[in-house]
Design a protein around this ligand. Structure first.
Ligand code: SF4
Ligand code: SF4
Length: 260
């Protein structure tokens, strides 16, 4: 079983399973007449770190980004909703211009992998792993270029490692066998907290620092300082807490409450 995180209409996905050492030829540049043609009519699923990077690039809050640029989507297999970039009425990505991507250095993970798709087997807990496959749109001239890559080299060139690091705990949650189990149905509150912890880091910050969260939970001073100063650490803290919320096994202990 796998979850494909990129899907284009018209089945451009080649039925080839690649691993980190698989090779492909590809080069994308402004000189090609297909330049930016791939930036439209496309499903771009967003990961938590995508949202963090792009909302900071745009100088808006995560909540503003989600409401202005995304649409929510349900995936039956995980029973959890996800966010996708919302294409404009003409089908184009809101960030594409004739000169290219206006958020290029903060582009989403899916765009970094392209023209490679990422398949995710069930989380490592059930012995799965990632695999890759080529996406060959009929208009894409990049495959005709003679620059050769392994998937490993491509990932490095696209700075994907940092996305792996920040998103790891989140992927482990959404692809966890418990989350995929047919009898697990997260209630409304759990889904609301999942959306906040996954994608809305600014609301999560308010939730931690402007509610009774720190009075109710055992969070040491160093961690409090760290998540106050470092947004990536805050996001990772959110994923840690979320795991406890969804699986009913607290990962951040609650303080004993005084009686009377
Ligand atoms: S070469 Fe492919 S990836 Fe690059 S702009 Fe053209 S269609 Fe897009
Ligand atoms: S975010 Fe950038 S790279 Fe991705 S589809 Fe939009 S314009 Fe293209």
């Amino acid at each position: 079983m796998h979850e494909t995180i990129k899907k284009l209409s018209g089945s451009p996905v080649e039925p080839i399973k690649m691993d980190l050492d698989s090779k492909f030829s590809f080069r994308c540049h402004k000189g090609l007449d297909c330049f930016t043609q791939c930036c439209g009519k496309i499903d771009i699923f967003l990961t938590p770190y995508d949202v963090l990077r792009i909302k900071n690039r745009l100088g808006i809050t995560s909540g503003e980004f989600l409401s202005l640029y995304t649409q929510i989507m349900e995936l039956k297999k995980t029973k959890l909703p996800f966010f996708m970039l919302r294409m404009k009425e003409d089908g184009k990505c809101p960030f594409v211009t004739p000169e290219g991507c206006t958020i290029y250095s903060d582009r989403p993970l899916v765009c970094r992998y392209y023209p490679i798709g990422l398949g995710l087997l069930k989380s490592q807990e059930v012995g799965g792993g990632d695999f890759y496959f080529p996406i060959k749109e009929h208009f894409c001239k990049g495959y005709e270029e003679d620059k050769e890559w392994t998937i490993r080299e491509w990932r490095l060139s696209q700075e994907i490692n940092v996305y792996d690091f920040v998103n790891k705990d989140w992927f482990d949650i959404v692809l966890n066998k418990k989350m995929l189990a047919s009898n697990l149905e997260p209630d409304e509150r759990s889904v609301r907290l999942y959306l906040m912890c996954s994608f809305d880091v600014d609301s999560f910050r308010n939730f931690v620092f402007e509610s009774r969260f720190l009075d109710l939970h055992e969070v040491d001073k160093d961690t409090v300082e760290l998540i106050k100063e470092d947004e990536v650490e805050l996001l990772k803290f959110a994923h840690k807490w979320l795991r406890g919320v969804l699986f009913g096994n607290p990962t951040i202990k609650r303080k004993p409450q005084k009686s009377g």
